[in-house]
Design a protein around this ligand. Structure first.
Ligand SMILES: Cc1cc2nc3c(=O)[nH]c(=O)nc-3n(C[C@H](O)[C@H](O)[C@H](O)COP(=O)(O)O)c2cc1C
Length: 301
């Protein structure tokens, strides 16, 4: 059985990707996690300058998911290159570095600095963080997303994955614009805008008031969007949103995702990738499938 998948020029040994912001940079978890089950780790989103993130509380747990308002807390690109990147090459997985900017200039600076680094296997452009107090996310605009991707495409030959928000009327339109602009793959979904209020204090639970919702509750909505985009584009889609076990992962792969991303599940089970990969393998074995793309081909929808 061949579990390898290609995302642009990036060759992954298997289709399980740990999603940005839920797995640190990877190195922090090296004693807890079996990296042979992880095709790639997407780093916490890096920005040009260090960021403290939003005021706490920044996480609120619901019955079936998590609302976070972290706000891209990270050490900044220079400190990432000096202090974090050297350790990453020792982990037996691929490293996709997530980039976040507040202007095109900042995204360009990030790509220019990181493009020279051998340990950076690919970029994921986070155009979809809901926690920055901006009126509009970049990936809510076809033009802003497309212009940005066109500009960055000229600066790097490394694989460019673009991460989209699900919070748009027509996500296929945005994804197609990004594909035309030169993206190698789409990553979806980022979190959904959300709010939780403490009825005793009559205040929002989160310091930032609003946050982004993730976890099991968002799975059906995310699966729908991944299915629509994967079947409308030529480039691969890394699909996720609410995956907690191998059955969820299989749904995304059947719907057309080339690989799957695990987010919130990593917060409670950092080794979730291991069980998910063995469940996918056992299912493929039972169904006499030889490669990951056989899953997509077998979908009867
Ligand atoms: C605590 C937390 C922090 C996150 N930080 C980031 C981030 O820095 N960059 C990013 O692109 N997505 C971030 N995300 C979104 C996840 O990568 C993922 O897209 C989303 O949670 C949906 O998947 P899930 O339901 O499997 O968690 C974060 C999610 C959580 C729960």
């Amino acid at each position: 059985m061949n579990l390898a998948v290609n995302i642009g020029k990036l060759k992954l040994k298997n289709p399980i990707i740990c999603a940005s912001g839920t797995f640190g940079f990877g190195d922090e978890l090296k004693r807890l996690v079996d990296f042979s089950s992880i095709g790639a780790v997407v780093s916490k989103t890096i920005t040009a300058e260090p960021r403290e993130g939003n005021i706490p509380p920044r996480i609120y747990e619901t019955d079936c998911g998590v609302i976070n308002s972290i706000g891209l807390a990270n050490p900044g690109v220079d400190s990432f290159i000096k202090e974090k990147l050297p350790a990453l090459g020792r982990l037996k997985t691929n490293h996709i570095i997530s980039l976040g900017g507040f202007s095109e200039k900042e995204y360009k600076q990030l790509v220019e600095k990181l493009d020279k680094q051998d340990k950076v296997d690919a970029f994921e452009l986070n155009l979809s963080c809901p926690n920055l107090g901006k009126e509009k996310l970049i990936s809510q605009s076809q033009k802003l997303s497309s212009d940005l991707v066109k500009g960055l495409r000229k600066l790097t030959k490394k694989t460019l994955i673009v991460k989209l928000t699900p919070e748009v009327t027509d996500i296929v339109k945005i994804a197609k614009a990004v594909e035309r602009a030169g993206a190698d793959a789409i990553s979806m979904v980022n979190t959904y805008f959300s709010l939780a209020i403490d009825i005793e204090t009559k205040k929002p639970y989160l310091g930032n008031v609003t946050g982004g919702y993730s976890g099991p509750a968002i799975k059906p909505m995310s699966l729908y969007r991944v299915w629509k985009v994967a079947n409308s584009l030529r480039i691969p889609v890394v699909g996720g949103g609410g995956i907690t076990d191998y059955k969820d992962a299989l749904e995304f792969l059947l719907a057309g995702a080339a690989a799957v991303s695990l987010g919130t599940i990593n917060l409670t089970d950092p080794n979730a990738a291991k069980d998910i990969l063995s469940g996918v393998k056992a299912y493929m074995d039972k169904n006499k499938m030889k490669k990951i793309s056989d899953l997509r081909r077998s979908f009867n929808g």
